[in-house]
Every structure is written in structure tokens, then in C-alpha cells.
Write a protein that binds this ligand. Structure first.
Ligand code: PLP
Length: 377
């Protein structure tokens, strides 16, 4: 029996050809393809400016800096997220303040954010966890009157919508991931988007050592102008090899999201009615790309989460534990936090089912049959 993976990137001959063209051109580092990818991404995500980076983690790091988050500040974040969300806060010397999430969506809410803000809160990082859109307007109603910056960790969010617009478009600044576990991939890679021209310009500079003249501009001229280093910057540059892949992947996004939604709908139809199982669903305010199709395994189910994972593994199906809880990691053991009951419940009881573009109906039927067998059906 062939193994079914939780996720597989979807590549075709177009990506191979795009990389070949970049190599033939001789310009492989950040250059014209990165610029074209930024432009296409900004357009697709309804953003004014897009700045490509090496990962979502580095985009979040730059977002913290341009938003003015610094030592001594507090930043409200969900513990229920990949640890990079909290790490970006720590990189700039600020303190992550862990807030709880909503049971239905796994995201921050106006109530959980309101409970975590203090006079020292500089920013909040909202996450579209697993691609489920966060209810941004409700959170902004709490944070805007306080002058708190809203940073959106849209690592998982490409192709999800909020009130009809792409997620990320309503935040002050958003960060995106192109890791292969996400649904647009460049191997590794990330993007920062914002409507703020000063923030975009500073992020663009900071990602290449804060040079006054971009490397692309220097290499394009025969007599390179002298550059200055305006502040302490970073090397967070994406390569043209990656951007060429990203351009092809981005063009496929609508098709990929449509197929993922079809697969998720079939899981919901076949599994949601089983006592003790709940399949993640679109919230009232938007649509999900189902980057992660997670299932909560409740007490009524025959097995607990670990038991169901083992049952699936015995059938050569590689599901995954759900989203982590950052506050439980040794890295954040000495950060105080209030009670996080929903975070702890979801991180202990959820698992992520296989969903990938090229998944066949027969493969999905195998997953469904295995879960049903675990339920004694
Ligand atoms: C994957 C992920 C990240 C990290 O993305 P990288 O591109 O691997 O740095 C950050 N936040 C969330 C919510 C993620 O899912």
C-alpha cells in the first residue's frame, strides 16, 4: 500500500522550465524575477506593496521593525501557532503576550485580545491559522482606539478571503510563507505586504543590508554607484530562482484552492456526522483555503487523537498532530501567561488530514474509510 502524505507540493514542467530560464539568463540572485513576483503577489493579495524575503519568519521580523516594535514592548500573539509567530516578537527584544483562541476557528478574537492588552501593548499578531480567516474587523475595533498595530501572520493564508477580500489586506502589515507545507511554494521564501509606503521602503532596504542602492540596481549599471549602509540590516533576500517558481505557483493558486475546498468538503460530508469528530469549516466572515484541514477528536470518539493518528499510520496514512501551543515549549517556559484553555484543548485534540492538489478520489476514500473504521463504522 502506497503511503499517503499529509501534504505534497504540486509542481509541473512549468516550474522546471521557469528555473531553467533563470539559470540560462545568468542572473540567479534577487533581480527581475523577484520584482515581477512581488508585483504579481501584491496584485493577487490586494496589497499596495509587496517585499519578498527568505521566509515568513524573516518577513515577520521585518514587520516588527517597520511597525516600531522594540525592547520593552508587549505584543499580543496566539500561543496556538507555529513558534515563529512568537519568535519574531522575541527577535526585537519585545515580549510575546499569549492570548487564547476561539474554539471554532483556532484564531484570536476581540475578547481574547482585549483580555491580553495592557498599556505596554505595541502590536498584535493575528494569525489565519491553517488558512482559516481571522475576524480582523472585530479585533481592530479593540486595537484601533488604543493605537495598537495589527500585524497579520498570513503564512497559511494565500487564497483565503475575509469579507470578500484576500486575507492580509486589512492589516497594517502582513507576512506570508512559501514553505512547501504551505500552498504556494518556492522551496523556502516569504513576503511582506503593506499599504504603508515608508514601511515598504524600509523593509525593502533592511532585507538587503540596509544598502542605499539595491544590489539589482548596482549590478544593472556598468559603473556601479557608491552605496551607503543606512542602518544595521539583514540578508533576507529571495533569489530569482525561487521567484520564478513563485510566479508559476501563484498563477495556479485559484485552481489549487478550488481543489482543496472540494477535498475538504468531502471530508466534512463523510466525517463531520461521526459522533466526536468535528471538521474545520469556513467561518461566517470568509472562506478558507484549507491549507490545513484539521479535525477535532472529541471524547465521544472511539479513540483519542494519538490513537487515531496511530490507527491512520497503520493504514499508511500520514496525518499530523494539530497546531502547537508555543507557551508549552521550553523556549517560552519563563514567559508568564493567563489561562489558555481553548489553546490547550485544541492542541491536544486536533489532527490534520492529508490534503494536496494531486490527491486522487481513491486516496481520499482510503483516508475516510480508515477514520470510519476507527469509529467502528
Ligand atoms: C509556517 C508558518 C510560519 C513560518 O513560515 P516560514 O516561511 O517557514 O518561516 C509562521 N507562522 C505560521 C502561522 C506558519 O504556519
Amino acid at each position: 500500500m502506497a503511503r499517503i502524505n499529509v501534504m505534497q507540493p504540486w509542481f509541473g514542467p512549468e516550474e522546471v522550465a521557469a528555473v531553467g530560464e533563470v539559470i540560462s539568463s545568468g542572473w540567479v540572485a534577487q533581480g527581475p524575477r523577484v520584482a515581477a513576483f512581488e508585483e504579481a503577489f501584491a496584485q493577487a493579495m490586494d496589497a499596495q506593496y509587496a517585499v519578498a524575503t527568505t521566509s515568513c519568519t524573516t518577513a515577520l521580523h521585518l514587520a516588527m521593525i517597520v511597525a516600531g516594535v522594540s525592547a520593552g514592548d508587549e505584543v499580543v500573539v496566539p500561543s496556538f501557532s507555529f513558534i515563529a509567530t512568537a519568535n519574531a516578537v522575541t527577535y526585537v527584544g519585545a515580549r510575546p503576550v499569549f492570548a487564547d483562541v476561539d474554539h471554532a476557528t483556532g484564531n484570536l478574537t476581540a475578547q481574547t485580545v482585549a483580555a491580553a492588552v495592557t498599556a505596554r501593548t505595541r502590536a498584535v499578531v493575528v494569525v489565519d491559522q491553517g488558512g482559516v480567516p481571522v475576524d480582523l474587523d472585530a479585533i481592530r475595533a479593540v486595537t484601533d482606539p488604543l493605537g495598537v498595530v495589527v500585524i497579520e501572520d498570513a503564512a497559511c493564508g494565500a487564497g483565503s478571503t475575509y469579507h470578500g477580500r484576500p486575507v492580509g489586506a486589512g492589516a497594517d502589515v502582513a507576512a506570508w510563507s512559501f514553505h512547501p507545507r504551505k500552498i504556494v511554494t518556492t522551496g523556502e521564501g516569504g513576503m511582506l505586504t503593506t499599504a504603508n509606503p515608508q514601511w515598504a521602503q524600509r523593509a525593502r532596504r533592511l532585507r538587503e543590508h540596509a544598502m542605499s542602492v539595491s544590489a539589482a540596481a548596482r549590478h544593472a549599471s556598468v559603473l556601479a554607484p557608491a552605496e551607503e549602509y543606512l542602518e544595521v540590516g539583514y540578508n533576507f533576500r529571495m533569489t530569482d530562482l525561487q521567484a520564478a517558481v513563485g510566479l508559476v505557483q501563484l498563477a495556479k493558486l485559484p485552481e489549487v484552492v478550488a481543489r482543496r475546498r472540494q477535498i475538504a468538503a468531502r471530508y466534512a460530508e463523510q466525517l463531520d456526522a461521526i459522533p466526536g469528530l468535528r471538521v474545520v469549516a469556513d467561518p461566517a466572515w470568509g472562506t478558507c483555503n484549507f491549507q490545513s484541514c484539521w479535525v477535532e477528536v472529541g471524547e465521544e470518539f472511539a479513540l483519542d487523537r494519538e490513537g487515531l493518528l496511530a490507527h491512520l499510520a497503520a493504514d499508511e496514512i500520514s496525518a499530523r498532530r494539530g497546531i502547537m501551543a508555543s507557551h508549552r515549549q521550553p523556549a517560552y517556559a519563563d514567559v508568564d501567561h493567563g489561562p489558555l484553555p481553548v489553546t490547550e484543548r485544541l492542541t491536544d485534540t486536533t489532527l490534520i488530514l492529508p490534503v494536496f492538489h494531486q490527491m486522487t478520489d481513491d486516496e481520499q476514500a482510503r483516508v475516510i474509510a480508515s477514520v470510519r473504521a476507527a469509529a467502528g463504522l
